[in-house]
Design a protein around this ligand. Structure first.
Ligand code: C2E
Ligand code: MG
Ligand code: MG
Ligand code: MG
Length: 295
């Protein structure tokens, strides 16, 4: 009886898997068409200096305007594009679009212009031969300084070393800055900080979520600001949704954060916004844009 039950469960399971494989294949084919048709857009989420409430930089996030399904989340299609290799073309589109956008802000916004743009790069892109040269080409065509580009990679993409780590090292030698994204959620977090050149830790939203009024102490965000400062890295807290979280992070010593509280990802973020500024600090002028403009 047990075997029979297990057998029928297995059938349901494989049917479900088939269906899922079909859906994934369809999505993959749609990706190809949409790349040709130009259905991808890039939106930008401000990265805010907690002391002043000013947007100092932004993260580029891809959006797919699917002709039938509407906007599809990158959580659903980036893994598919990774599997079928289209992430290489899509990622180059995102990088080029973001860098041209950034160059326009630098040209037009004067002292409000962001200090850098942050672009997510997947494991597959990093391991593609010639990726650092593609990045160098985009920097040259847009006239950007390498330090005005922050490349976000995940711990998991770097796990196992090899070509991906070599690409990060090449980029870093060229002056491009490197962030570990979703820090604390992947493989071998702390060991990587010794072996890979990293400039910025993006502390994952799941740890910021632990900052709840009256809740238990959020020990990981507390620990990670020490790790970050001890190693001479910048920390950016991700997924800040409340004023309490922003205040708490600032008191812990975080200088930068992003999240819906400060602004959602949009096509044209306002770098002039003074969201969430403590009253007495709203005009802290002369503060340097994040890390880039000293030269
Ligand atoms: P990520 O790089 O960690 O980006 C942060 C994600 O958190 C974004 O989701 C952003 O919209 C969302 N977020 C920001 N603040 C908040 C908040 O306060 N609350 C909540 N609930 N969410 C917040 P998004 O745009 O859906 O992207 C999801 C993931 O997809 C990204 O996570 C990144 O891993 C990947 N992704 C997005 N764009 C690209 C891309 O161009 N290339 C690659 N390779 N991956 C991308
Ligand atoms: Mg990211
Ligand atoms: Mg992230
Ligand atoms: Mg994340």
């Amino acid at each position: 009886y047990a075997a029979k039950a297990a057998g029928s469960q297995l059938m349901v399971y494989t049917a479900e898997l088939d269906e899922r494989a079909d859906a994934t294949a369809r999505l993959g084919a749609d990706l190809r068409h949409s790349l040709d048709d130009g259905d991808f857009r890039v939106v930008y989420q401000p990265i805010v200096e907690l002391d002043t409430g000013r947007a100092r930089a932004c993260e580029a996030l891809v959006r797919w305007h699917h002709p039938v399904r509407g906007v599809v989340s990158p959580v659903d299609f980036v893994p598919v594009a990774e599997d079928n290799g289209l992430i290489v073309e899509l990622g180059e589109f995102v990088m080029r679009t973001s860098c041209w956008k950034f160059a326009g802000w630098r040209r037009d916004l004067g002292r409000d212009a962001p200090g850098y743009v942050s672009v997510n790069v997947s494991a597959r892109q990093l391991s593609e031969p010639g990726f650092p040269e593609v990045v160098a080409g985009i920097l040259a065509e847009t006239g950007m300084e390498p330090a005005q580009l922050l490349v976000e990679v995940t711990e998991t993409a770097l796990f196992g070393g090899g070509v991906a780590v070599a690409a990060v090292e090449t980029l870093h030698r060229a002056g491009v800055r490197i962030a570990l994204d979703d820090f604390g959620t992947g493989h071998s977090s702390l060991g990587l900080l010794r072996t890979v050149p990293v400039d910025v830790l993006k502390v994952d939203k799941s740890f910021v979520d632990e900052i709840i009024a009256g809740g238990r102490p959020p020990v990981i965000v507390d620990a990670l600001i020490h790790v970050s400062k001890g190693l001479g890295l910048r920390a950016v807290a991700e997924g800040v949704e409340t004023a309490e979280q922003a205040d708490y992070l600032r008191e812990l010593g975080y200088e930068y954060a992003q999240g819906y509280y400060f602004g959602r990802p949009v096509p044209e973020p306002s770098f002039h916004a003074r969201a969430a500024v403590p009253d007495d600090r709203s005009e802290t002028d002369g503060a340097q844009p994040f890390a880039v403009d000293q030269a």
